[in-house]
Design a protein around this ligand. Sequence first.
Ligand code: 4AZ
Length: 250
Amino acid sequence: IIGGLRSTVESQPWIAAIFKGNGFICGGTLISPCWVLTAAHCFPSSGRTKINRYSVILGKNAINETNPVKEQQFNVSELVVHEDFDYTTENYTHDIALLKIEGREGQCAVRTKSVRTACLPPFQQMLPTGFYCEIVGYGRHKKGGFEYSRHLKQAEVMLISKKACQQYYSKDEVNRYMLCAAGRKWGEDACQGDSGGPLVCEVNHTMFLFGIISWGKECAEKSNPGVYTEVTKYNHWISKHTGLPTYTAG
Ligand code: 4AZ
């Protein structure tokens, strides 16, 4: 995350850190005790990728630090990459994937001060242009830098209309399955390593997952909004694969 502030898992308890072996690969969001929503492009050889190498840690304040009191660690028992995501093109349509998580004793996540779910907004619900939301992640923290943040970060970004976003990019690149957001003066943005993580928006005092950090041209550059998978286009897909209701509030 470029710009913004250092965060804590207590303020973003739905953040998930996804690892392949010992290496951190992507962010994710806990949407129910057993399911993490993330980006399809985190799983290159998609489809039937070997899931036994992946693990998910919830309640993690920093990638290089371990706090057994706050953290909950899981294996991945199912990986569902969207059927229509095509890794071979430069096109990031349907950049969405689900991980079913399973602890050592077969358990799912337990709600604590550092671990809880974000809600799924209703199908096709739209927030107005200019609405402020939060992005969260462990990725690059400096414009032009290569280093990942040592701590969880969050930043405020403003939703941009699809029309405006298609003018910054193009109609081919930004379609109806995506939403765009940018910092107040382009100073806040998601960056490499933040992919898969949440764009959450507060509605009725409840945090809803509206976007999955997906792509963008560079990071925090003027006229290059961040592009997100629009979660409210996928309620039925999520429900079909998880058995969750299409809308989860409270
Ligand atoms: C990435 O490489 C990435 N500025 C994610 C988000 C953005 C750029 C790159 C948006 O994962």
